[in-house]
Write a protein that binds this ligand. Structure first.
Ligand SMILES: [Zn+2]
Length: 189
């Protein structure tokens, strides 16, 4: 773990003082443990932040990983995090959150049958925005490009790109939904 020394908590913009802890601006949990071991990702950069500022993001970061995870399959890292989330579910970790994400898939939105076997995937966009913006702020703090305050909104270009990407994720294949549901049923006793 490489620590970047700083006197300011990049999450709230105030001077650092105890209790503090090390925050991963690029979330460590985006990478499954086996990927972290294989590629030595445990050495991700960290920034000192107030402990309370750090923990205030935990639930949204957990949601971020799980709600986007179904779309990450196909890459080595995506497959690994997909398998990890389902395994966590089977052993009783984050069960409610994973079930919530499963309910975000809707094969008949508003009673409509979508063409081509498509389903709708809904997101809590403000939670995704908050986590994405945290990563942008952390990265820019590390690279000393600019330290953004928490209440500063993204530039129009940045947010429109995020919205475009989210729009592209809104429709998932029915096959993916069926697989998730099959695995969901398999996880229940
Ligand atoms: Zn802080």
């Amino acid at each position: 773990m490489k620590k970047v020394l700083t006197n300011i908590c990049y999450l709230c913009g105030k001077p650092l003082g105890p209790p503090t802890n090390a925050d991963h601006p690029v979330m460590q949990q985006l990478f499954a443990p086996e990927i972290r071991r294989k590629y030595n990702i445990s050495k991700l950069l960290t920034l000192g932040v107030h402990k309370s500022c750090n923990t205030a993001y935990k639930h949204d970061e957990d949601y971020f990983v799980r709600t986007l995870m179904p779309f990450a399959r196909g890459s080595e890292s995506g497959n690994a995090i997909y398998a990890k989330v389902l395994n966590d579910y089977r052993v009783g970790k984050e069960v409610l959150l994973t079930r919530k994400v499963l309910r975000e898939f809707d094969p008949t939105p508003g009673g409509l049958i979508l063409p081509g076997g498509k389903v709708v995937k809904r997101f809590e966009s403000e939670r995704l925005r908050r986590v994405a913006w945290k990563m942008v702020r952390g990265y820019t703090s590390i690279t000393r490009v600019k330290c953004f305050p928490n209440n500063e909104r993204e530039s129009r270009t940045d947010i429109s790109q995020v919205q475009l990407q989210l729009h592209g994720l809104r429709v998932a294949s029915r096959r993916g939904l069926h697989q998730l549901r099959r695995e969901d049923r398999g996880a229940d006793p």
